[in-house]
Design a protein around this ligand. Sequence first.
Ligand code: RIB
Ligand code: CA
Length: 309
Amino acid sequence: MRVFVDCDPGIDDAVALAYLAARPEVEIVGVGAVFGNNSVDVTADNALRLLALYGRPGVPVAVGAARPLVQAPRLAEHVHGDNGLGDVELPAPSEKPVAESAAELLVRLVRESPGEIDVLAVGPLTNLAIALGLEPELPGLVRRLVVMGGAVRVPGNVASHTEANINNDPEAAEAVFGAGFDLDLIALDITMKTVATPEWLAELKEVPGERAERTSAFLDFYAEFYTGIFGVRQCAMHDPLAAAVLVDPHLVTESFEAPLRVELSGRLTRGMTVADLRQRPARDDRRPARVITEVAEAAFLGLMLDALR
Ligand code: RIB
Ligand code: CA
């Protein structure tokens, strides 16, 4: 399995990279960094540091978009820390980002290997939208796209109706949702009920080794934020679940298909992910996405822990 990861590490992005890196059958062909949880120079530097931590040195990391296509950027240090990793220090990277942009790296790799590379997108979708501009045939060159983003039938997180990744670049998300990818959406519908429980976090603390110890420290910071939301010391596993659905699709136990759009002009709903849930959407509608609604949570958490042992 060959995977390109577009991300904004970010604590849960880091845990998603850990999931991928632990699987010998997964080749991470490239990583695109994007603004979101922090500025793109920080997320790119974090990607380099995390690939070294999780035993995947040498993966090309490309710096992507520093801001959304249209609106001004809004970062999330309050959730992921000033350094994007819960203020946990990792060794400075020994490698530098490649000269290509994230969009250029993605387009070159999928042109070289048409239909072979899966894309995991767990940050704002700006890099993918730019890549579509460079290569309009991108959906046909990518094998499968798994996106963490959106809130379809549940409340948002950054606002009443909007989820952070989509809200961070609504125009980019609308371009991606309408492009015709074979697309799985891992939205808040499933990620807000797939959580690292207090017991799981405690079990992780017992796992020896630097990877587990650093990841546990990242999650300590992240769990503090989510304690304020859940009232219990646990945290939503947004990006790691998206990685797991990509690598282990058997974890999905329920989903539905619907064309997805993004509200671009609503005063209260700009950035909202709108699924057409009618039995028969308009015939000329866009290719439906698969919206994941149930997963084998215990199995996922077990695989996630195994990835850190
Ligand atoms: O809404 C959650 C998403 O926004 C996750 O990808 C998290 O890392 C942030 O990017
Ligand atoms: Ca992310």
